[in-house]
Ligand binder design. Structure first.
Ligand code: GDP
Ligand code: ZN
Length: 458
């Protein structure tokens, strides 16, 4: 394959102790060597060795930065090409200067995801692993990172490969029967094919069941906090976030914009949206109808509806309760440290099946119960192992569903006695759909689209 040599900053931008600039391609070592001054020439360096020295401005000969350079020769590298990693001092200026020097010396600035794309194109990783790298970069909690890690190590790929093998075996059975109809008793073959297809369908089903969980780990539970002004929405958000991003205030109606925050509740990433977007004015419920807040509710996986224990239930509260009942809602009665004015029995009658939690956010009471209620709703009360294979990528889910439908078509075909070569087509389609998950027979533009989601330098 014809490739050039690419370079990019691989660590996040901004102040940091060190930064790493990665170079990959047939000329990676020479390109770096031209701007490197150390005890040894990089060109003669053995693979997987680290060299101390300086990066020199190729035009002026000035020292740019003191660096450690790692030389890794193909094929035992991430991209399977020659790779050089230059660790220099963090901070915008040295990093940019080293990158500039590399570009002057002949490297091209890498596109987002280009390193990973090369790893894929050179057969080092398959497509689902490459996508897992994207997830890993974006993962919001440790647990989410672990799920992505497992996919990156190829768990999903192995499962998908095994299912494809099973389909292929079934196809082989079919082919024997189609080509030599006299060879086997037709009835027996049909039964065997049915058994296999059903077992494949079950496995696809199990994998798809993990999809909801996978999505939660990956994207977080979109959570919207609603309630009348001053019930403690911002306080709750802050308490959950353990840091003061949302502005808490004594004056009703001061938080104006929708503020988003990721918090980690028992390993589940919650994406909290404070409903400041619902202008906290007297006519809060009217404003609930405002398009933006409505969208927030529509897109919410979870609604936290706050009520004030120190005030009687108001007309606004009732309206909010009737809206919230249509969603997955936890009702939080806050300010239990104050004199009770709210009739809890009445609230219970209005909330249907929604869990009810009492809290005093200022006294830090009840938050553990709230977190438990969240975990119960989304983890079905079971402690979930992050080691399971979760399907979380929308593209994978779509393809798995498609494969499942194709297997079902095959089953339906056998059951209704259609010619076996028709069944063969369904199974081949299922095999193809699964192949697309791991990047076999995937269109080029899809590959480009997937890799363009990466950040620069990965
Ligand atoms: P929001 O308007 O719903 O976002 O409410 P805030 O979070 O801004 O809180 C309004 C006021 O209620 C602030 O002064 C908070 O300190 C106070 N507050 C919040 N939670 C509690 C609580 O549990 N008990 C008491 N007594 N005050 C609280
Ligand atoms: Zn607020």
């Amino acid at each position: 394959m014809e490739t050039d040599t690419i370079a990019a900053i691989s660590t996040p931008m901004g102040e940091a102790g060190i930064a790493v600039i990665r170079v990959s391609g047939p000329e990676a070592i020479q390109t770096a060597d031209r701007i490197f001054k150390g005890k040894n020439r990089l060109e003669n360096a053995e693979s997987h060795t680290v060299h101390y020295g300086y990066i020199i401005d190729p035009e002026t000969g000035d020292r740019i930065d003191e660096v450690l350079v790692t030389v890794m020769r193909a094929p035992r590298t991430f991209t399977r090409e020659d790779v050089v990693e230059i660790s220099c001092h963090g901070g915008m200026v040295p990093v940019q200067n080293v990158l500039e020097a590399l570009l002057t010396s002949g490297a091209r600035l890498a596109e987002p995801g280009e390193f990973t794309k090369r790893a894929f194109l050179n057969g080092r990783i398959d497509l689902s692993q490459a996508e897992a790298v994207i997830d890993l970069i974006r993962s919001k909690t440790d647990r989410a990172a672990r799920v992505a890690m497992h996919q990156a190590d190829g768990r999903l790929s192995r499962l998908v490969r095994r299912l494809r093998d099973e389909i292929l075996e079934t196809l082989a059975h079919l082919a024997v029967n189609v080509d030599y109809p006299e060879y086997d008793a037709e009835q027996l073959t049909a039964q065997k094919i049915l058994d296999r297809c059903r077992s494949i369908e079950t496995e696809l089903d199990q994998l798809l069941k993990t999809a909801r969980q996978g999505k939660i780990y990956r994207e977080g539970i979109a959570t919207v906090i609603i309630g009348r002004p001053n019930v403690g929405k911002s306080s709750l958000m802050n308490a959950l976030a353990h840091e003061n991003k949302a502005i808490v205030t004594e004056i009703p109606g001061t938080t104006r914009d929708v503020i988003e925050e990721y918090v980690n509740v028992r390993g589940i990433p919650l994406r909290l949206v404070d409903t400041a977007g619902i202008r906290e004015t007297e006519d809060v419920v009217e404003k609930i109808g405002v398009e933006r807040s409505h969208r927030a509710l529509e897109e919410a996986d979870l609604v936290l509806l706050l009520l004030n224990y120190a005030e009687p239930l108001s007309e606004d509260d009732r309206k909010l309760l009737s809206i919230a009942r249509e969603y997955t809602t936890i009702v939080v009665v806050n300010k239990t440290d104050l004199e009770p004015k709210l009739d809890l029995g009445e609230v219970e009658k209005l909330i249907g099946d929604c869990p009810l939690i009492t809290t005093s956010i200022v006294k830090e009471e009840g938050l553990d119960r709230l977190e438990e209620a969240v975990a119960n709703l989304f983890m079905e009360g079971k402690a979930q192992s992050a080691d399971a294979t979760y399907v979380s990528n929308t593209r994978h889910i779509t393809l798995l569903k498609q494969a499942k439908q194709q297997v079902r078509d095959a089953i339906g075909g056998v059951e209704s006695g259609v010619p076996l070569d028709m069944v063969e087509i369904d199974l081949k389609n299922a095999w193809q759909s699964l192949g697309e998950i791991i990047g076999e027979a995937v269109a080029e533009d899809l590959i480009d689209q997937i890799f363009s989601q990466f950040c620069l330098g990965k």
